[in-house]
Design a binder for this molecule. Structure first.
Ligand code: FE2
Length: 171
């Protein structure tokens, strides 16, 4: 099992996720949400940002590849590209606040559909297809989110299916 120096709380979360994954992403979302207020879930080394881009800390990859748990650390202004996913994805805000924008693919461009701010303690999930989005720390403080993917990111490197380098048009 690929588990990197998990705190006791994070190890309990992994055990609860293992039991929840078979029931699907809605159950995984409720499970993750219960841990978003646990201050001792991440160690200091798992909260370190990268001044050049948001940083991924892989916390756990399940042996059979059925799920992965990562922490993403965001400095103010850091953002993903526009992308979608190879698998379902559960995300919860652990520290600070994140902003997600969902897009619709319209021929040769993207149209923003909605923007959602997710404060600390709140979790949600997405299921492909139709999950084109970008995520940004639009606040002036550090943000950390926890992500559970229904995929083996130890093999894939990330859960991104493809990135969309297309112009964005309103409406
Ligand atoms: Fe994403």
């Amino acid at each position: 099992m690929s588990t990197r120096l998990l705190s006791p709380v994070a190890a309990r979360l992994v055990g609860d996720l293992r039991a929840a994954v078979a029931a699907g992403p809605a159950r995984v979302t409720r499970t993750l949400a219960r841990y978003l207020g646990a201050d001792d879930l991440l160690g200091a080394d798992q909260r370190i940002p990268d001044p050049t881009a948001y940083r991924q800390h892989v916390l756990h990859v399940e042996d059979d590849g059925s799920f992965s748990l990562v922490a993403l650390v965001w400095l103010p202004g850091q953002a993903t590209c526009v992308h979608d996913h190879v698998s379902w994805c559960v995300v919860g805000t652990y520290v600070g606040e994140e902003e997600e924008t969902a897009y619709r693919l319209a021929g040769d461009h993207l149209v923003p559909v909605r923007t959602t701010r997710t404060p600390q303690g709140v979790a949600s999930f997405l299921v492909p297809p139709g999950d084109i989005h970008s995520v940004r720390n639009n606040s002036d403080a550090l943000a950390i989110s926890l992500h559970v993917y229904g995929a083996d990111i130890g093999v894939l490197g990330s859960s991104v299916r493809r990135r969309y380098d297309l112009p964005i048009h309103q409406g």
